[in-house]
Design a protein around this ligand. Sequence first.
Ligand code: GLA
Ligand code: ZN
Length: 677
Amino acid sequence: MLNERLNKIWYGGDYNPEQWDTETWVEDQRMFKKAGIDVATINVFGWALIQRDESTYDFSDLDQTIDRLYQAGIYVCLATGTAAHPAWMAKHYPDISRVDFDGRKRKYGGRHHSCPNSPTYLKYASRLAEKIAVRYHGHPAIVAWHVSNEYSGYCYCDQCEKQFRVWLKQRYQTLDALNKAWNTAFWGHTFYQWDEIVAPSGLSEEWQNGQNSNFQGMSLDYRRFQSDSLLESYKLERDQIKKYVSDIPVTTNLMGLYQELDYFKWAKEIDIISWDNYPSIQTPISMTAMTHDLMRGLKDGQPFMLMEQTPSQQNWQAYNALKRPGIMRLWSYQAIAHGADTVMFFQLRRSRGATEKYHGAVIEHVGHEHTRVFKECAQLGQELQTLGDQTMGTRVKAKVAIIFDWENRWAIDLSSGPSIALDYVEEVHKYYRAFYERNIPVDMIGVETDLNQYDIVIAPVLYMVKEGHADRLKTFVTNGGTFVTTFFSGIVNETDLVTLGGYPGELRELVGIWVEEIDALDPTVKNQMTFDKPYGKLSGKYTCSILFDLIHSKGAEVLATYQSDFYAGMPALTRNAFGKGQAYYIASSPEQRFIDDFVATLQDEKQLTPTLVSDPGVEVCARENVDQRFLFVINHNHDQAHFLTGEYRYADLLNDQCYDGLSTIEGHGVLVLKRQE
Ligand code: GLA
Ligand code: ZN
């Protein structure tokens, strides 16, 4: 998907020459060359500089920047500049500013605060996108188009409220259908006119900044609607570009596990996924790996762009730890190993003033190249030049898939009861982590992804079952697949109405059980899942907490039972034979040790082989195409560690060394191995 003009792993990042003078630009170019930087993302916040009033557009600075970079051998990821609207626009056209959750109209300030349903915003944003496309399409510097920046947040203004009603009419056709879908007979909320419906906010049905709602169906729809509204505004700009550009990918940078937008829906409108990776020093490495895999999964495994990461530190966390020596390099290769074809930073030169002046950059305030950070960046730049295009376009192949669904996540988060301790992302991560630590590749997939290619599909807390999904899962298991789901699954449909007849609703037949009640206890209170006899690698007792489904088997084999409380002896883990496959049900939230042993059991059952066997903390991933297979060995440990090469010999593309049998990798080391004949 990436343009052939720059046929190597792209290296660069956000660049803001508008904050600097001409002498600095010359110096920037010298240093970019030194660092091996070949792509700059520009004009992300260009709107106010280009457009000083309704009709005056001045592109002279941007013209010069693009030409200058190109002459210096730097390609351009060109942003449309609409991530922050100009102050004059907010002053003259108040409709452009959002209204927040508590009904407060914003004044001018910040960024990403344009109302996605504002006529002013839509008109001027698409006009700017078109002018930029007309002016720069075909410019040989441009390798990607970058619309706006990190779309985010919701608006609750009157124009959004009106548009919400239009959106609802399209979805439900009649008020009768809507009243049923939202169960408005509850608390006497029946609507007789469309304009009786108001946006669910702190002034109406929600509280705690939208963490709670009286009507989950309505709140879910508002989230869908706001996600769609922002997506429509993205599409408007994208379509302006597409009128003139057909051979260069158009993207917008996503934010990984960001909560408020349904990225699977967005992905359909984006040519190549790009995302901004900002883990903190405490973020588990497996969580970052999972997020990369999720971003890769948005477009069925297509390689993605790492659009932003910091070379050293952030400014917006509470404690902005420096990336320790070697960590920027390590995490850059982790991104590549999981499917990135670019390594890009925010930012190339550190700002002098305003909120991001303490955000890391390739060029720091001292201004010269004799810094730790610059040297590390330059080393990586050199290595990426050595790697060239060898790994580009190669794919990650996985036999295991974990389902992740934003609407399901919203519904769980909005649910009033049974427990506030339930964290969807954390539950998903527990399963991911167990595979990750065994070097077994996982695809993070959406509910629409084709399941044929997988041996195992795991759907942690599949609370919302969408239309047709249960049938697709059944087909997968009938054909021999292994399906795993957990407590608090199969409960509601897409409008958050409970599927009657016993939980887990549409999944009941597949898992062969029936859930009668769901207990929720303070998360410090534990029960145990007990095995009377070992099952695979599982044996003895494991603690579990948060939610406890009280289940009856309807044909499923009971593998473990609860140890205590009034439901002692009831099933805690079941397995149901279904067609040629099987479906597991895990009735509570187990400790990680259970999930590790469970995954080891599945691994044996399905004969999944790890990419390579390695010491703990040594991540091994593969990317391949028809003729090549590359292994990335990434040692997250501070100290040296080991891995086994298995049946082949390998050569490292970075240091030319060969590896055969029991091999050593230095602390924080990275190897990019190519199989030897
Ligand atoms: C985001 C934005 C950038 C910058 C960085 C700072 O990713 O896209 O403009 O603010 O955060 O970490
Ligand atoms: Zn609005």
